[in-house]
Design a protein around this ligand. Sequence first.
Ligand code: GNR
Ligand code: NI
Length: 181
Amino acid sequence: MSTVTLAPLKILTVPDPVLRTRARPVAAEHEATLRALVPRMFAAMYAAPGIGLAAPQVGVGLRVAVVDLMAEDKPDPIVLINPEILATSEDRETREEGCLSLPGQYADVTRPARVRIRFHDQQGARRELSAEGLLAACLQHEIDHLDGVLFVDHLSTLKRNMLLRRLAKELRQKHSDRPGR
Ligand code: GNR
Ligand code: NI
């Protein structure tokens, strides 16, 4: 049994500049980093709880994300390394999105209803995946994070500013409720 534990990864919130920085491609030299990072990303995502988490959300500027929709409460973990969108459907779908980096904020986001993506898994194997529904939205949301894009960027300026101001106010109140945290 392990005698030391690592502190859980902290999830960055807006306006942290790391969230607005394009992440760098993963290369062979990052293998050890990923072996340590990916399990901690899953732990942070399940604890939050969330259905996806991109490395920039935990302060790591690499093109890695984890996803698990936990459909019917069954785990189905996906590790996305250097994911790319190969194709998107013409038809769009609108659904409510949230983001662990904009806690407590939700808005309807319109995106392509279906996507086909290519990525490497943690064993380095090249994989492709076609998705629709919530998985399609989540994959696009995570790939956006790797490009410094947040779901609010898909909203009108008015809605985006309203949401960001509400978040800033709520985070201010939270921090004055709990001084020193
Ligand atoms: O937990 C999350 N839920 C969610 C809902 C709709 C579309 C995307 C998501 S991802 C989000 C977790 C997160 O912030 N991932 O980056
Ligand atoms: Ni997010």
